[in-house]
Design a protein. Structure first.
Length: 147
């Protein structure tokens, strides 16, 4: 794992494409265009992770934007790289960013059909706070908060 690189997508068109690829593979119910990702990169911190030259996953940190100082940290790892500690590294990286931005509380969100992602979050102390459907969807998202 020593060659795992986590890089910001800021100003890097290839990294934006990679972030989008991971997101759309893991969240097929809410596919994003490249313009959607560019817009998100202006509001959130988006990173991608590589092992050597291979794309491993991506991460999102939604900065705290209210007086409750709640930030959202989402780590996504491609299926072929799960169970090897990469999610833990991505999550720790995102958690550190959220804390630097002043987060007092941490949330995450997982698509209900992503059972591995849900187990990952629950194993790190997150508890479910809400389930919801986006318009037209049939698979709910689960919001969780770090206990």
């Amino acid at each position: 794992m020593s060659d795992l690189r986590i890089e910001s997508v800021a100003g890097d068109e290839a990294a934006l494409w990679d972030w989008r690829h991971v997101h759309n593979l893991i969240i097929p119910t809410d596919p994003l265009t490249l313009d959607d990702v560019r817009e998100r990169a202006g509001r959130h911190r988006l990173d991608v992770a590589y092992l050597g030259g291979e794309l491993v996953g991506c991460m999102t940190v939604r900065p705290p934007d209210d007086e409750a100082a709640v930030a959202t940290v989402i780590a996504r790892v491609l299926p072929g790289y799960r169970g090897r500690g990469f999610g833990t590294r991505l999550y720790a990286h995102g958690l550190a960013q959220a804390r630097e931005l002043g987060a007092a509380r941490i949330q995450t969100v997982v698509l209900e059909s992503n059972s591995e992602g849900l187990r990952f979050a629950l194993a790190r102390g997150f508890v479910e706070v809400e389930r919801y459907l986006l318009p037209g969807d049939t698979v709910p998202f689960i919001d969780l908060e770090l206990g």
